[in-house]
Design a protein. Sequence first.
Length: 282
Amino acid sequence: MIYALATTSAIMFALATALQHRSAQKADHSKAMRPSLLFFLALDPMWLLGLGADIVGIFFQFAALVKGSVLVVQAILAIGLVFSLFFSALLHNIRLKYSELVLSGLTALALVGFLIFGTPAQLIDKSALSSWFILALATGVVTVALWMFARNSSPFRRTSVLGISAGILHGFTVSLSKVVSQNFVALGVYHLIIDPHTWILVVMGAADILVIQSAFQAGPLGISLPIISVVEPFVAILISVIVLHESLSMSVFGRVIAGLCLAVMLLGVWGLARVSTEDTLV
């Protein structure tokens, strides 16, 4: 049951990504990294349909987490990369290249391996609130710096850099959302509302949505999505180790496998970017 629920969640998230990317491609580039982009998207039925698919995906993800472990669910959700590129090809009425299928599959499998061997077994919040404020500020500074670097560059570089920025922000919000959910379960709704962690998550979550949609707007999904998919878990693991003081507890074998998976992911991202630029970007 857990596999069916998690796979359904992965498919819904993939459909949402493809729909939102297709919608973001319609927006003028002057709206990038501006709130006006989100207002534009909120009026597009296709983007709203993608938002609905996201909500359905969250429901199935929650159901899967009730039935099984976080690690298993995360690993299955990683295959959504392949589904996203498939749905995107359908929406753009183009044929998915064999090389894209192979590269996305290898990247997704490597991501699964990295999640299995490189993710801390359990997340327990041992951090001070000040650590999250400092980390949020640092993440914001990095996001702005990356945008300043990318905004007047080539479409390929802009898409790639925004993908990196989106991955960093998403890794932050995923990590903090786990802390917020733990606090909610332990302390209830009232504490959720007054908890500063919640409001940091709201602000950074809004920034996360804006940067992801800007990355989608900038260029092909084959460039931005693989970068986001690789950077996000890497950042989340760094936060778990540095801020939450989690231990990876990996054997030598596990470290070797995680390292190999990381290398395959990076090669897969590079390959997908090359393939995606052949016919779409100059």
